[in-house]
Design a protein around this ligand. Structure first.
Ligand SMILES: [Zn+2]
Length: 204
């Protein structure tokens, strides 16, 4: 049976019963060699996440059902107490990130989710949005709350409240996209004075 060094390690004494083999003998039959890719995915995570400010993260792995079942069956049939290769991947990569980059694994509410797709080698970084709340005043008439779109001419010339606020916040946070939400709205020609109108911006 072809097993990679990390699978041999996680299986413990059970793997020692199997005949030894050299690493270049083929693709690991239990993990499909994903456990040999920890350093590669570590570099990808480091590169992809370097522009974000965050404290916690989580690793996700998507693998073929066939491989997951084969691994699980092997562990069960041999009565081995060990992590599945999927858990081992999360454990090894997560541990390396914690140790070398000093971020913390959070299973419930991570700031960043790094999803690896074993089937096509792709990965994806999901970043928790930032929410900002405030109140706005409108001291000049003629500003719509959301971008005004003329069915014939497209977007109108006057910038909207959501763009004034959203663009400024968005630039400050180096976000990719923003959504603006306000509690109610006033007429284009009305002012918003006093305590202002509550709003929040979601930054992605
Ligand atoms: Zn393996």
């Amino acid at each position: 049976m072809v097993l990679c060094s990390n699978c041999r390690k996680r299986l413990g004494p059970a793997a020692e019963m199997l005949p030894p083999q050299s690493e270049d003998e083929g693709i690991c039959e239990l993990c499909g060699n994903i456990l040999q890719e920890i350093d590669n995915y570590f570099s990808m995570f480091k590169e992809e996440s370097r522009n974000y400010e965050f404290k916690t993260f989580l690793i996700g792995l998507r693998s073929s059902k066939k491989l997951l079942e084969k691994d699980k069956k092997f562990i069960e049939e041999n009565g081995i107490k060990c992590r599945t290769f999927k858990e081992e991947f999360q454990y090894l990569l997560g541990g390396k990130i914690e140790e070398e980059l000093h971020y913390e694994v959070d299973f419930l509410k991570p700031d960043i989710l790094f999803k690896v797709n074993q089937e096509n080698g792709d990965y994806d970084l999901w970043v928790r949005p930032v929410y900002l709340k405030g109140r706005y005043l409108k001291k000049r008439r003629g500003i719509p709350q959301s971008p005004w779109i003329d069915p014939r001419r497209g977007k109108g010339g006057e910038k909207s409240v959501s763009e004034y606020i959203g663009n400024a916040v968005h630039r400050a946070f180096l976000g990719k996209n923003f959504n603006f939400f306000a509690l109610g709205r006033e007429d284009v020609d009305a002012l918003m004075l006093g305590e202002g109108r509550p709003f929040y911006v979601e930054l992605e």
